[in-house]
Write a new protein. Structure first.
Length: 417
C-alpha cells in the first residue's frame, strides 16, 4: 500500500520555477531601487519574543489578539513567528546601538512573515513582504521619499489600477483629545456597533473606522475625523508631506478614515491599493512611528516605513518578463564513452563564466538537440571521441573542433553578437 499523499499546510504554497524567477526579478528591482536610495539590507530572525509584538504592535490589534503563531520554546519562553517587519527592525536598531550611526538609518528587507488568517487569493498564512524603514529623522522629506519609493516599485512591477490613500494620525499628544471625543461618540451609538468594535472603545477606538459591520459603518460615516483635530505642528508636517509628493508628481487622495491596523503609527499614514485585486485591494502601505523605538527600550527616535506584499504585487502586476537564465552552451553526448570528456568541458565552460548545462537524462542525440532548443541554448557542443561538433543554434552552422578549444570558440561567438 502506498503512503498517503502529503500536501503543503493550508495557507502556504510552494514557489516553483517560473514563479521563483519572477520573484527574483522583483527582489533585484527592489534592491536596485532601495540601495540606490541609501537603504541597507537587513534580515531579522523568523521568530522573536512574543512581548516584542504585544508591546510594539499593540495588544488590542487583530494581529496580536487573533493572528499570531505563538509557541513555547521548551524553556518557558514565549516566542512568535514574526507577523510584521517594523517592530523587529526597531528591536535590531536598539539592540545594535544604531542610534550612534549617522541618522537617519535606512534599512530594507525582503522576508517571510506569518499570520493565522483566512487564506485567500494573494493572502496566505506564510507570506512575503518587501519593506523599508528610515529611523532617526522626523523631516517630512523622509515621509515623502518613503512613499515615493514604494510608488516607484509598484510602477516598476507593473501593478495595475493603483491608488494611494493618504492621511495623518497626528502625534500622541494631539490624538489624546480626539480619542476622548471619538470615544464619547462611539458610546452614544454603542447599540449600533459590532461586538468587536464595542470591546475596543476603551483601548483602540480608531479601529472602528476599519469595521466591515454594516451598522458600524453607518455610524462611522458621521464620526468626528482626526484630520479635523490635528495640532498646528501636525497640520504643518502633513502639509509639507503633501507638498513634496506634489513636487514628485505622486498622485494621492486624502482619506480621513485611514487608520491602518497597528497601534504604533503617528502622523503620516498611507496605503496603496489596486482595484485589480477586488475587495481585498491592499498592496502595501505604512506610515510614521515616532514612539516605537522608545517603547521598545531605545532612545526617543522618529521612524518612517512601509511594507508591500510580494504575492499581492505579483497578483496585481502585468506579469514580469523573467525567463530562465540563458544557456550559452549545452553539452551533448554522441555516446556514453564521451561522458568524461563532456563533464570536463562542462566544468571548463562554467569556470570561464558561461551558463552551461549538460545532458543528464540519457536522451538520444535527437532528443538532446530538442532539449537544448527548448532551453534556448545558443550553442550545442556534441562531444565525440577525440573531438567535438560545435553547433550554432541560431544559424544552424556547425564545425568539428578540438574539445579543448570549444570554450574559446563559444566566447568568441558570444562577443561577436
Amino acid at each position: 500500500m502506498s503512503a498517503p499523499t502529503l500536501k503543503a499546510p493550508r495557507g502556504t504554497y510552494d514557489v516553483l520555477g517560473e514563479q521563483a524567477e519572477a520573484r527574483a526579478t522583483l527582489e533585484a528591482r527592489a534592491k536596485s531601487l532601495l540601495a540606490g536610495a541609501g537603504y541597507e539590507r537587513i534580515e531579522t530572525p523568523a521568530f522573536e519574543p512574543t512581548e516584542l509584538f504585544a508591546r510594539g504592535v499593540g495588544e488590542s490589534t487583530d494581529i496580536v489578539r487573533k493572528e499570531m503563531f505563538t509557541f513555547d520554546d521548551g524553556g518557558g519562553r514565549s516566542l512568535t513567528l514574526r507577523p510584521e517587519g517594523t517592530a523587529p527592525v526597531c528591536r535590531a536598531y536598539v539592540e545594535h546601538g544604531m542610534h550612534k550611526r549617522r541618522q537617519p538609518v535606512k534599512l530594507w528587507y525582503l522576508s517571510s512573515f506569518f499570520r493565522h488568517e483566512r487564506a485567500q487569493a494573494g493572502r496566505y498564512r506564510q507570506f512575503w513582504q518587501v519593506g523599508a524603514e528610515a529611523l532617526g529623522s522626523d523631516d517630512p522629506a523622509v515621509d515623502a521619499e518613503s512613499i515615493a519609493l514604494l510608488a516607484a516599485l509598484l510602477s516598476q512591477m507593473g501593478v495595475r489600477e493603483v491608488r494611494l490613500r493618504l492621511s495623518s494620525l497626528g502625534s500622541a499628544d494631539s490624538r489624546a483629545e480626539y480619542r476622548e471625543r471619538l470615544q464619547d461618540y462611539l458610546r452614544a451609538h454603542e447599540q449600533s456597533l459590532s461586538e468587536d468594535v464595542r470591546s475596543r472603545i476603551e483601548q483602540n477606538p480608531l479601529r472602528a473606522f476599519d469595521a466591515d459591520h454594516a451598522a458600524t459603518r453607518r455610524v462611522m460615516h458621521d464620526a468626528p475625523r482626526l484630520l479635523d483635530h490635528l495640532s498646528d505642528d501636525d497640520t504643518a508636517h502633513f502639509a509639507q508631506v503633501r507638498e513634496l509628493l506634489d513636487e514628485a508628481c505622486v498622485r494621492y487622495e486624502i482619506d480621513s478614515t485611514l487608520v491602518r491596523g497597528l497601534d504604533y503609527y503617528t502622523r503620516t499614514v498611507f496605503e496603496f491599493t489596486s482595484d485589480a485585486l477586488g475587495a481585498q485591494s491592499g498592496v502595501g502601505g505604512g506610515g510614521r512611528y515616532d514612539g516605537l523605538v522608545q517603547l521598545l527600550g531605545g532612545h526617543p527616535t522618529p521612524g518612517m516605513g512601509w511594507a508591500a506584499g510580494v504575492e499581492r504585487m505579483m497578483l496585481a502586476g502585468d506579469g514580469i518578463a523573467a525567463g530562465a537564465s540563458p544557456v550559452d552552451v549545452f553539452v551533448a553526448l554522441r555516446s556514453d564513452g564521451a561522458r568524461r570528456a563532456a563533464f570536463g568541458l562542462l566544468e571548463a565552460a562554467r569556470s570561464a563564466g558561461l551558463h552551461a548545462q549538460m545532458e543528464l537524462a540519457g536522451r538520444s542525440l535527437k532528443g538532446q538537440l530538442g532539449h537544448a532548443d527548448a532551453l534556448g541554448a545558443r550553442y550545442v557542443a556534441i562531444v565525440e571521441d577525440g573531438a567535438t561538433v560545435l553547433k550554432d543554434m541560431q544559424d544552424g552552422g556547425q564545425e568539428r573542433i578540438a574539445t579543448d578549444t570549444v570554450v574559446h570558440a563559444v566566447l568568441r561567438g558570444l562577443r561577436a553578437l
